[in-house]
Design a protein around this ligand. Structure first.
Ligand code: NDP
Length: 264
């Protein structure tokens, strides 16, 4: 199946690691021009080296800073204009991370930071890139979200609540932006990427190997497919939902969880 990405312009926020990096890699392989952003320059440099493409733009941008997001959008527009009138075909809102805390140990400030991260990592890029998306004949937004939106966990209380709100936001936008821009999301279970690598590195028993630690995690979480997902497995779902191949799909979400969801 041709996903139709050749010469399309795509933005992936948080494209310097994990799922975002794999999404950028697959999009480049499909012939797209890809702009990624992240906060850490060294991580961006490593991503630029790993992706090694003249169809890649990698810029520093904190998606929670409206000024930086507006500047990123301007740079993408100028870069896109080199190949004709600039139009953005896909915005992948992927930047972010989860917060592990129960209600008891989540302060008001923690709540504010988490709600800010989850909502404004969608709102600010969508606002800044909307004019460019409007100029595309096949525009799409994919929000990277979590199964926690429908299946909250008490040890991730504020992330779960914020994820549910983001699903609501994306559903509303799918209606408001139709028929010009499709808006969909992926709902992740556990994917072996930067944040799980950091938790592995901080493990209590440092004699436990990476393989054993991840195998135990999958067992404890009761993942039917018996393992965590790989970033490329999440990326492939993003590519499908964001592509003209999914032209009749909007307001939808696709679970990438190895079967760990309990709801119907
Ligand atoms: P990684 O830590 O590997 O990648 C996160 C990326 O986001 C990095 O490029 C990071 O770069 C960037 N980022 C984080 N905050 C910002 C910010 N404020 N502005 C710009 N860039 C930012 O994690 P994953 O690949 O796992 O995460 C991708 C998304 O998937 C995240 O939103 C995460 O919450 C979500 N998710 C992941 C799950 C998993 O199991 N892996 C489960 C559920 C959801 P830098 O730090 O340099 O800014």
């Amino acid at each position: 199946m041709d996903l139709g990405y050749a010469n399309r312009l795509v933005v992936v926020t948080g494209g310097s690691s994990g799922i975002g990096l794999e999404t950028a890699r697959l999009l480049l392989a499909e012939g797209a021009r890809v702009a990624i952003c992240g906060r850490d320059q060294a991580r961006l440099d490593r991503a630029r080296e790993a992706l090694a493409s003249d169809r890649l733009l990698a810029l520093r941008c904190d998606v929670l800073d409206a000024g930086q997001v507006a500047a990123f959008a301007q740079s993408v527009a100028a870069w896109g204009a080199k190949a004709g009138p600039p139009a953005l075909d896909l915005l992948v809102n992927n930047a972010g991370q989860g917060r592990v805390s129960t209600f008891r140990d989540t302060s008001d400030q923690d709540w504010k930071e988490e709600l800010d991260l989850k909502f404004f990592s969608q709102i600010l890029p969508i606002r800044a890139f909307k004019p460019l998306l409007d100029a595309s004949d096949a525009a799409a937004i994919v929000g990277v979200n979590s199964l926690l939106a429908y299946q909250p966990e008490k040890h991730m209380v504020c992330t779960s609540a914020a994820r549910a709100g983001v699903q609501s936001l994306l559903k509303s936008l799918a209606a408001e932006f139709a028929p010009r821009i499709r808006v969909n999301s992926i709902l992740l279970g556990l994917v072996d990427s930067g944040q799980w690598q950091r938790r592995f590195e901080a493990r209590a028993d440092t004699s436990e190997t990476r393989e054993a630690w991840f195998a135990r995690l999958a067992r404890e979480k009761g993942i039917p497919l018996g393992r965590l997902g790989q970033p490329a497995e999440a990326a492939r779902a993003i590519l499908f939902l964001g592509s003209p191949a999914a032209s009749y799909v909007t307001g939808a979400s696709l679970e990438i969880s190895g079967g760990v969801s309990r709801h119907i």
